[in-house]
Write a protein of this length. Sequence first.
Length: 185
Amino acid sequence: MQQGLGSNRLLGEVAATVSQKSFENLVQEHGPQVLRTALHVLHDASLAHDVHQEVFLAIWRRWHRYNGSVNWPAYLYRATVRKALEVARQPVRSVPVRAFQETPHGVTTNGPDDVLQAEELQQKLAAALARLPRRQADAFVLSRLEGLGAAEIAKIMDCSEPTVRVHLHRAVLRLARELHEYLSQ
């Protein structure tokens, strides 16, 4: 009887180690894409890293529930976009200022006003994306920010290509309406 309990404990430790290795492999394989997706939505490296951590932390907490049939690229895209849009909806804490871009001759190509205008536009776009219906926001981010085609997006969103095009079309129209006033200034 004692040997059976020891074997069960050993099996449990082996299973935990295998499970942890599988999770680490998932993070290693898909982590960079999660970070890029979050960065495309938020335009802030610090917030993108936070989203990256939160997405994988949520998966780790429920790791025991997942089975081998999970389409990780699709799942992670959706989870990342949702989390990034959730973060974008939160009040702005501070405006990150990017470094000026310099030409080989040392002349700056972006003045302070240009940098601030670009930051403001990125914030307005993130806020407008956050107000879109989830499916429209997903389609827009995957198409325009991630550069994926309709077929790839359809697989990720688990819908047809025409449905992706409809979501994308509606997202573009709504974003154009919301940002028109800002862009026409």
